[in-house]
Ligand binder design. Sequence first.
Ligand code: M6R
Length: 616
Amino acid sequence: MCGIVGYVGNRGSLDVLVGGLKRLEYRGYDSAGVAVIDPEGRLGTRKHAGKLGVLTDDLGATPLADGHTGIGHTRWATHGGPTDENAHPHLGDDGRLALIHNGIIENFGELKDELAAAGHTFSSETDSEVAALLVGDAYRATGDLTQAMLQVVNRLEGAFTLLAVHAEQPGVVVGARRNSPLVIGLGEGENFLGSDVAAFVAYTRRAMEIGQDQLVTIRPDSVEIVDFGGAPVDASTFEVDWDASAAEKGGWSSFMAKEISEEPEAVAKTIIGRVDDGLVRIPELDGLDEGFLSTIDRVVVIACGTAAYAGMVGKYAIEQWARVPVDVELAHEFRYREPVLGPNTLVVSISQSGETMDTLMAVKYARKEGAKTLSICNTQGATIPRESDAVVYTHAGPEVAVASTKAFVAQITAMYLFGIQLGQVRGTLDDARARELVRELQAVPDKLATVLATGDRIRELARWMADTQSVLFLGRHVGYPVALEGALKLKELAYIHAEGFAAGELKHGPIALIEPGQVVFVIVPSPRDTNSLHAKVVSNIQEIRARGARVIAIAEAGDAAVLPHADEVIRIPLASPFFEPLLAVVPLHIFGMELAAAKGLDVDQPRNLAKSVTVE
Ligand code: M6R
């Protein structure tokens, strides 16, 4: 949601702003705008509903006087529709101040009444314009942008990132954040602000974190951070571990196609540095200390969407390997039911972006209730890791397509590593078994490469099914979350009604959906599985086939039992049952993408969705 860029330095600011917004496009947006201060100290703005191209075409046709200080914004509409008027920047101080905003200002109604009573009129329906007018008024009183912002942020309720520039202060951009993302990029004689590092990674990989309720003033040669009380704050810097090319499409037809192709690498990179002498040793868990790991009496996983399905896969593995109960809960449901948490509960959040508001709020709640928190996250400098006691980063690299793919397999990998280490620490896995699991996990990337090779056949199937109205997905045990993930991908990418079920649930209701021609994907457990789930799922296939379903089975190589019953079998390499989700999900990712492409849809930016859901 909303992309934010700020720049001061000696480059032409429009190039930096538009380039940054381009790299933030993946977050999802419906309008875009920029504000720059030209060398004469005049503030110019331009903003438009629609994609960035509408803005850049206008800038090409009627150039805006450029300078070296500016802010840029992509808006995901909340208050007021996606119109030119509601697009950011918004103006204050009689057009001398420009402000951009991400988040929701919850008390904007009363502030708007106050501004109206003072004689202000409004040119948009947004909550953000209220902040622009307030900062403008505060600037008139203080003559200083930092002081003006400080006064105003303390009056705002809700979640926000704000950036502002004032025509009288070229060379200064002020930013503030509360429960909404903002990262600082550190250059030589130039500095940047961004919703995430993608905004500036083309110019610098040196970045600085800014905490909650903090305000930053950047100039070409300085960065000053204070808290909302005005007291100076020390911030830590970090090096971005990928470069701009990692966030480019390369020769691929879509970011999603590229990211699916990177699934083997995402698993491999998440393992690297976390295996020592054949056993798992995740250095980042030192933040929790081994003593605590052995006393955990319960793990609660909180996450949303695809990340929650990664948590479900992790649940099966952790309970088996470490013999600790694991509950998986959707983060948005978590804090509103006053969950029971204790000092020996470990709350594990999973989030690709590290900015999902529902997950962030659940983490904060868990900490307040005295639980320890571990974040599994793919984005350096994000908020959720900073709000947690420890963080295990997944190393999937930047994920640009809205639909999560390589981050999903990396999240599952991180959960497996955590589960193995927990088993080692608690003595529920002996070294020999732990080493065996590690070897199996390390073998997954090569096996994934084999699965990717089935892509052409899946593309054919997807083309054939372009007019399909409904698809069901069945799985059992760790195959169940895979079924849920397959269904979610079809909903969000191809706008097709899709449902995932635990295969055992079929006879309790969903089998009524089966009619001739209904397409059903079935994730078939390994026949080598010791708890005989394979036979049960094959029976399920027979039941639905008898009622006319068209069955596409995802089954292990050599599993002959499914052949007579399925219309189509997609083969995955042999792996022990717990590692099958990593292999079985890839055909479903490819299928979702190819079906959307066959329908002529935008695979990378599906309708109504944002990559980073920073509002509740
Ligand atoms: O950034 P997060 O992992 O916290 O995002 C969670 C969900 O919003 C995300 O997984 C969403 O479900 C994806 N669009 C699924 O492809």
